[in-house]
Every structure is written in C-alpha cells, then in structure tokens.
Design a protein around this ligand. Structure first.
Ligand code: ZN
Length: 670
C-alpha cells in the first residue's frame, strides 16, 4: 500500500502548481484593523467575528475546529432522518442506520420504559456475594462496552507494531482526570459537588431515599478517590516507555492475586500469555482495594458506574441528571437536541456504515486529490527543512528523512468499510440496539488479538472534523470532514489552503517527530534512532516549548500546561513553518501581488488564525486547559507565530509588540 501511494505522490508532485487566476479569492472577514497584529494576532484576525458570534445554548462553543462537528451532526441527522423514513431491505446498512436512529428518537417508548432496561443488571449487582462474582459481573459488562474498573483493549504492540496484543489501561474514576479529586480551587470544588449530586440523583431515581442516595454517592466518591490516587497524571501518561509494561499473565496473576487475571481473560475470551499493563500502579491499587473495600460498597460503586454508563439510554430524568453534571463541566446551558445526540451516537457505533452515506453526499474525489497534493508538497518541504537543520547530525537527519518518507497518508475515508452484519438493530429497541452495537464492537476488537495489525483501519469517522497521527503505524489521517472551509476550499487560493489545511498537515507530519513520535521508528516501533547528542539537543528544544507555553494565561489562575501540551505545541510551531515553506513553492507563494488588501504571505498567516477561530464558554476553556493535550485556540495561533520570523516580516512585528520574541529566543525545532 505504501508503495502505491509513493508512486502516486511523485506523479502528483510534478503537477502541483495551481495558477492564481483559476482560483476564487476567499474573502477575508472579521479582521479588526484597529488592533495591532503584533500584539495578539488571533484577536486581530478574529476579533470582529468573536464579538458577534453567538454560542448556541446546546453547545459549549462555536466556530471552527471541534465546533464544526455541530453542523456536521446536523448533516448526519439529515441523512439519518431520510433513511429512517425509507423502506429499507432488512439487514442493509440503511435499515440498521434508520432503525437505530428511529429507536433513539422514539422518546415516548424510552420514557415509558424509564430504567426498566437496566433493572436486570441492578438485580445481578445485588446478587454479588464475593470478589469472584463481582469480577464476573465487571467482565460481562466490559464485553458490552461498560468499562467500570477494567480498562482492557486490543491494540498494536508498541515494540512490535505489526502485531496486536492485549493492553490494560488505568480506569475506574468518574471525574475527567485524577487532579479533579485533589485540587481545592473553587471551580474544581464545584465540579466535585456536581458529580456527587449526580451520583446521588442516580440512586434516588432507582428507588433510594434521599439520605441513602447521598450516603451512597459519598461511598462511590471515596472509592473513586482511592483509585485516583494510583492514577498517572495526563503529563505522566505522555512517557511512552514508562507506560509500556509487558507482563506475563502468570506473573501478573501472582502479583495481583485478588484480581484473578486468568479467569478474567477466559471470561473475556482473550487467549494470551502476556499483557501490556500501561499503568501497573492502578491495577496494584485495584488488587488491594478489592479486599479493603467491602463487597457492599463495591456493589454501590458498580451500580453508580453502570447507571452512569447507561444513563443516556434511559428515561428523561436520567438523561437530565447526566446533563446537569455535564453542564457544570462544559458550561453548555441546554441539552443537545435528541436528533443531534442520536446522530453522534450512530456515528460512534455504526460509523463505518454512516460514513459511506456521508461521503457519497458530501465528499468529492477532486478534494481528495488536491489534499493529497498538499500533503506531498509539505512532505518535500519538510524534507528540505531537515536538510537545513543546524542542530542535528547528518546520520540522524538521514534517519528522520527515512521516517518522513515512510509515512502513510490516508485522506477522506477508508479503502474498505467495516462490516456490521453481526449487529442486530430493531425498531423500538433502543437500549438493545446500543448494547448489540457495543457488544459487536468488543468482539470486533477482540478478534484482532494476536493477529497482524490491519494498517488500512481508520480510528475516526469520515464525518468528524479532526486529523490524527498514529505513531505505531507511522501514518497521518485526514477525514473527509476536515477538507472543508475554513481548512480547505478547492476553489480558494493557495495562501488560504496552505495556511489552513496546510498547517493541519504540517502539524500531523510534525507529530511523527514530537516528544512522543520521536521515540517511534519508521516502522512504528518504540526504538531509538537518534544519536545521544542529537536527542539531548532535541529535548532541550522541547523544554523551550514547555517553558514558553507555561507563560500563557487562559483564565484567572488557569495557564496552558506546557508539559501536557508540548507534543501539540511542537506540532503547531513546526506545522506552520513547514506549511509556509510549502506555500512558498507555489506560484502565489512566489508572488507579492496583494489580494483583498493583503500580500500572499499575509493571507497565509491570516488563514492560520482563521482555522482556530473559536469562541467558548469559560467552563469549557477550563476543562480544555486541564485535560486537552492541545493548547487553546488562541495559543495554537499566537504560539507558533511568535516563533515565525516570516510572520514578523509579513506584519512588521517589532520590539515592543506583545508577541515579539528576540531572534535568539524563537524556537526552531523541525
Ligand atoms: Zn495534534
């Protein structure tokens, strides 16, 4: 597959140049020319838009980036609405999609059932009598997608990337991250409180009196907190080697004798001699608290986790309780419409089927070809940049280029679609439909165990506005949905596209060489390919990135977490630099003719600032800054541009401007 793409890449590269005349000039709106571009370029480009943009009450934010998934879901809803009304042959993907969606929209049946669908599970939890029956229930539920204390999954072996193995990941807490249990600032305390209220509400809705419900919520929270103490922070999770611990099942069974690993693996249907235990401290902790926490308290914990897992599939009071908690986290003021929720759920569970209908309606082969051409041009620009690096030895440069040209490029949608023949979807059976799709997903993943990795698989759906780099396959992936404005417009001039999707491509390409990506070789294995000296220099450079981003304030006491976001920031800094170099290879890039009052270079940087044009609720900014490995949008623009001398030249940024960094302090990695 790689070879075919290479050949293709070469042919396209030769015919890459577009003439400016052919292209519609994207009109640039929203710029506030009363502001100085060198003080805050994100504001300069987006201020007027920001002042008038309205955040829909059902959303935590509005604009580009992840918030484009809101209109995307409305598109999916349109597709699902029409298939649900059509007369589809039984077993066809249209029937499954339509009936799944229809069953989720049937709120009168769902509300009438209330929590009837989970009553058998609650009864089973009541019947738990010891650790063994507790773990049996946990395992049965994991096979249906309800992961409480068991973070089991199948994925490539980081040190043998062609083989899928079993992995265990830390899990078992309800708040977004361990820090939420230990921080004592007012916004965190409010979230802890909202979470406890939510837990109590779940007990109340299933028959407990208020005093018992509150008592139970505190028991669950107490277990959560004990578990959280064993978790790694989201910064510690970035260390690839420290989170790889392949352990023989026999040894693991001895080490964690209360868990009974052999039995769990048998129940799961996972035949394996070893497991990569990502975070052993969590499973060691689980092993000890399985004994120290009473069976009765564990039953309460499992009820809460199961009710939380299924809340959105139950009657309105459960959905409402779940929303109230999420509201505190995200700031979103009203619930999403049922249709939007169903569209995103169908996309999540039957994405390979919905994706087929989506690309048929919304994606063109021309967009795919143009995007591939940009990817190829950026690859050439990246290679030229490696040649020019002044801090790296020739031998490491050679290895870096081998890795660069070994990258697999996926654009638009998968070559082969996932099969859902084992998923049973029936009208009016919403809960059962979700369980069937989730169970099928578990079996689909499990079937990969000890098998060769299928490198053609995608880990996002075509309708999702995102892009990713998968280091274990050394691949970069751009789904159909990101190939639309403001990222990409097949009719726009090169400055807009290179500053837009070009930056995204450069960003994903740089992930191949960020703090984590740099630890993987060209075949996707964690293996050192650096000289010691070069790797030390690289680490000094990534430390500069951490130090710079630590200085950025998001809100009151909230800062960008430099160490958590270093990979993304590195990808942003070099992503813009590579995209700029590739742009300069185009006809427009070599020109100086102004369009709409701006030079081609200025249009390039304006485009960079437009693709992160986003407005968010404060709560959501806080949630983002605490957990998201990406910097907030303003810093995805200003951070890289503070380090771009070409940006300084384009907008005449001078000492005294707030974004100005002296030349010696500008970070150049790739
Ligand atoms: Zn990224």
């Amino acid at each position: 597959m790689k070879q075919i793409i290479f050949l293709f890449a070469l042919i396209l590269f030769l015919s890459a140049c577009q003439t400016i005349k052919d292209k519609k000039m994207t009109e640039i709106t929203g710029i506030d020319s009363s502001l100085s571009p060198g003080d805050n370029f994100f504001n300069y480009v987006n201020h007027k838009w920001y002042d008038t943009a309205q955040i829909p009450p059902s959303q935590p934010g509005v604009g580009a980036y992840m918030f484009m998934n809101y209109p995307q879901r409305l598109r999916l809803q349109g597709i699902l609405d029409s298939v649900s009304k059509a007369d589809n042959p039984t077993g066809s993907i249209e029937q499954k999609l339509g009936d799944f969606y229809g069953s989720g929209m049937d709120t009168s049946t769902i509300n009438h059932l209330g929590y009837e669908p989970v009553k058998p599970l609650l009864t089973k939890i009541d019947q738990i009598s010891d650790i063994s029956s507790l773990l049996k229930l946990v395992t049965d539920e994991a096979k249906m997608g309800n992961n409480s204390i068991l973070g089991f999954y199948i994925g490539p072996d980081n040190k043998n990337s062609n083989l899928n193995i079993a992995h265990l990941y830390q899990t078992g807490i309800g708040l977004p991250d361990k820090d939420y249990y230990f921080k004592t600032d007012a916004p965190t305390l409010a979230i802890q409180q909202a979470y406890k209220i939510y837990l109590a509400k779940l007990f109340e809705l299933t028959g407990s009196d208020m005093a018992t419900a509150i008592k139970n919520a505190n028991i669950v929270y107490g277990i959560d907190k004990q578990i959280a103490s064993s978790h790694k922070t989201n910064i510690e999770l970035r260390d690839v080697n420290a989170n790889y611990n392949k352990i023989a099942v026999n040894d693991l069974a001895k080490r964690e004798s209360n868990i009974g690993w052999q039995k769990i693996l048998n129940e799961l249907g996972a035949k394996t001699d070893s497991i990569d235990v990502g975070q052993p401290a969590y499973y060691d902790k689980l092993n000890s608290i399985l004994k120290s926490v009473s069976i009765n308290d564990w039953k309460i914990y499992l009820k809460a986790y199961s009710l939380n897992n299924y809340a959105d599939l139950l009657g309105a009071p459960f959905v409402g309780a779940s929303f109230e908690y999420n509201k505190t986290l995200t700031g979103q003021s009203v619930q999403k419409t049922r249709g939007e929720k169903m569209a995103s759920q169908v996309d999540q569970l039957l994405g390979g089927a919905l994706g087929q209908l989506y690309v048929k309606k919304y994606f063109t082969e021309a967009a795919k070809q143009r995007a591939l051409e940009l990817v190829n041009n950026l690859q050439q620009a990246f290679s030229a940049r490696i040649d020019k690096l002044d801090w790296m030895s020739d031998s490491t440069k050679q290895k870096a280029k081998e890795k660069l040209f070994a990258i697999t490029k996926k654009i638009g949608y998968p070559d082969k679609w996932r099969d859902y023949s084992n998923v049973n979807i029936a009208k009016g059976k919403y809960f059962e439909n979700v369980v069937s799709a989730s169970s099928d997903n578990f079996q689909y993943q499990l079937a990969k165990l000890n098998k060769a990795v299928d490198k053609s698989e995608w880990f996002t759906t075509p309708s999702t506005v995102t892009a990713y780099n998968n280091p274990s396959a050394n691949e970069i992936v751009f789904p159909a949905a990101i190939l639309q404005p403001p990222y990409f417009d097949n009719n726009a001039d090169d400055a807009m596209n290179y500053g837009g999707i070009g930056m995204v491509i450069g960003h994903e390409m740089t992930h191949t060489f960020d703090d984590q990506g740099a630890q993987f070789d060209k075949d996707g294995n964690v293996r050192n390919w650096w000289t010691k000296d070069d790797y030390e220099k690289f680490k000094t450079k990534t430390q500069q990135v951490i130090d710079l981003y630590n200085t950025f304030t998001v809100l009151d006491t909230v800062h960008i977490k430099g160490a958590m976001t270093v990979g993304e920031n590195t990808a942003d800094i070099s992503g813009v630099a590579v995209a700029y170099d590739a742009f300069k290879m185009t006809k427009e890039g070599k020109d100086t003719t102004k369009i709409g009052g701006f030079t081609p270079d200025q249009r390039f940087f304006i485009s960079v600032a437009r693709i992160w044009r986003v407005k968010m609720k404060d709560e959501f900014m806080r949630l983002w800054a605490n957990n998201n490995p990406h910097s907030l949008p303003m810093w995805r623009v200003n951070g890289p541009l503070m380090n771009s001398t070409h940006f300084y030249d384009a907008f005449n940024v001078k000492p005294g401007d707030k974004m100005y960094l002296p030349n010696k302090d500008r970070i150049h990695i790739w």
